[in-house]
Design a protein around this ligand. Structure first.
Ligand code: FAD
Ligand code: NAD
Length: 479
């Protein structure tokens, strides 16, 4: 039986980070991955690289460039003439990006000495792993430590079963070969808004049906309001408080029935995307005596250091509690590898940034003003609108604002919330500030380059104590 120090099951961002870091630390490491790519060949990188973060951002960036050229270039003196979109070329370029990056993971495995095993894994008792290659018979491997990193899959709902190329999940929505005239989306979550933006920019009439009565209730309320306003202006028709009751495919179209406060409705779409969340994936993974337990949501049950209840077995990424985000899984993967090697790192779950890659982008870290107030905490808030930023104005990109929430007594930054241009990048500054337990005053005393969008964070931090230079202080504004 082949023996390893560490066997990682799953080569998504959580698993491949765990495997590479373990190998860097001198541990004899294997990583088992069963994904078959679009080309029919085994690939590494999991959901994130193959059908998630990267392909969606390739389409978001391409469609944003098109929408900018169509809707805003003339405002800055660039005349384009007639523009058109070659959707198959856009999809094919997205596929090239995926191929480059998944190939990159294979190369990193090779250069770091990780044994890459293509096929599926099943955990048996006592850290024995049954490995079944794509083209061969099962064998048994054993390891001192096993890391479960098997990720997640889309949730499906009974009224809307997937139907080839008409009713699709997020994976299908990255493959449309033409712009749907009318696009329905179930779920105004992160996927619904990002993929809805892609196709709306390219010309689809997009209707989003959301069950909850509030738009993005987890966001800071002011940021959510501004986001809904901007997305509405771009043509996303977001209908809150709807209950989808059925869908019927008729030829190339799908008829969707739903109810809301006004009664029963029916809409016909050319494509329907079901984006109602993801669930942990553990199908066929555990033998009955593997010793690993799940929580009530089907997530592998772990402690703060990602240890399961079975000795020597930990689990990381989407398959365990916490936000289903690639960077959260990556940090957990690194943490478990280092802890296996005897180091003592921890993941700071209070500082996990969230980003929605719409335009304007939305980004946040820490707690919102409403959360702090609901917990009875006294906070000061500083805000700065991008409309007052010289760089945003120069770039013709002034929608949105930054909001800094600080403890009223200690001035410590408790949360930062942004909607605006490039805030997926700006949020890193706030994460670093919070990691170092900085106060709003610390941020205000820090020098930011001019003219940059980052200065808006500086100004929002100064606004916490009413010292922002480029906006009227709150007291004066009230008059
Ligand atoms: P996964 O990436 O799901 O990888 C798990 C791997 O385990 C898979 O490759 C699977 O084949 C393999 N596996 C499962 N079972 C077995 C088995 N028995 N044997 C062998 N292999 C197995 N997150 C962000 O942070 N930013 C984004 O912008 C973002 N955009 C997204 C866009 C979309 C459309 C989607 C769907 C998701 C997006 N996400 C984003 C979420 C992100 O993709 C996930 O959080 C991330 O991929 C989780 O990583 P993971 O390693 O835990 O699992
Ligand atoms: P989500 O949880 O973000 O949103 C799902 C939405 O669907 C919710 O608003 C929910 O209320 C709604 N919903 C659920 N059932 C419904 C129903 N029957 N009818 C109408 N609405 C319904 O999930 P998602 O958008 O599918 O994304 C899945 C995961 O992938 C998320 O956890 C997210 O973290 C991750 N992801 C992250 C990014 C990013 O970081 N930018 C991008 C895409 C996906």
């Amino acid at each position: 039986m082949d023996t390893y120090d560490v066997i990682v099951i799953g080569a998504g961002p959580a698993g491949y980070h765990a495997a590479i870091r373990a190998a860097q630390l001198g541990l004899n490491t294997a990583c088992i991955e069963k994904w078959i790519g679009k080309s029919g060949k085994p690939v590494f990188g999991g959901t994130c690289l193959n059908v998630g973060c990267i392909p969606s951002k390739a389409l978001l960036d391409a469609s944003h460039k098109y929408a900018e050229a169509r809707d805003h270039f003339a405002e800055i003196g660039i005349m384009t003439g007639d523009l058109s979109v070659d959707v198959p070329a856009m999809i094919s370029r997205k596929d090239d990006v995926v191929t480059k990056l998944t190939g990159g993971v294979s190369a990193l495995f090779k250069s770091n000495g990780v044994t890459a095993l293509e096929g599926s894994a099943k955990l048996l008792a006592n850290r024995v792993v049954e490995f079944t290659p794509h083209d061969g018979a099962a064998s048994q491997l054993t390891a001192e430590h096993v890391v479960i990193a098997t990720g997640s899959v889309p949730v499906d709902i009974p009224p809307c079963p997937l139907v080839d190329e008409v009713v699709v999940d997020s994976t299908g929505a990255l493959e449309f070969q033409a712009v749907p005239k009318r696009l329905g989306i179930i779920g105004a979550g992160v996927i619904g808004l990002e993929l809805g933006s892609v196709w709306a920019r390219l010309g689809s009439e997009v209707v989003v049906l959301e069950a909850l009565p509030d738009f993005m209730p987890a966001l800071d309320k002011q940021i959510a309001r501004e986001t809904a306003k901007q997305l509405g202006r771009q043509g996303l028709d977001i209908r809150l408080g709807t209950r989808v009751t059925g869908s019927t495919v008729k030829g190339d179209t799908v008829e969707v029935t739903f109810t809301d406060g006004d009664g029963d409705h029916e809409e016909v779409f050319d494509k329907l995307i079901v984006a109602v969340g993801r669930k942990p994936y553990t199908e066929g993974l555990f033998a009955a005596d593997a010793g690993v337990n799940m929580d009530e949501g089907g997530f592998v049950f772990v402690d703060e250091f990602c240890n399961t209840e079975a000795p020597g077995i930990c689990a990381v990424g989407d398959v365990v509690r916490g936000p289903m985000l690639a960077h959260k899984g990556m940090e957990e993967g690194i943490m478990v590898a280092e802890r296996i090697a005897g180091h003592k790192p921890a993941v700071n779950y209070d500082c996990v940034p969230g980003v929605i890659y719409t335009h304007p982008e939305v980004a946040w870290v820490g707690r919102s003003e409403q959360e702090c107030k609901a917990a009875g905490e006294d906070v000061n808030v500083g805000m700065f609108p991008f409309a007052a930023s010289g760089r945003a104005l120069a770039s013709n990109d002034t929608d949105g604002l930054i909001k800094v929430v600080a403890d009223a007594e200690t001035d410590r930054v408790l949360g930062v919330h942004m909607v605006g241009p490039h805030v997926s990048e700006l949020i890193a500054e706030a994460v670093i500030a919070m990691e170092f337990e900085s106060s709003a005053e610390d941020l205000g005393l820090t020098m930011f380059a001019h003219p940059t969008l980052s200065e808006s964070l500086h100004e929002a931090a100064l606004a916490v104590s009413g010292h922002a230079i480029h906006v009227a202080p709150r007291k004066r504004r009230k008059k």
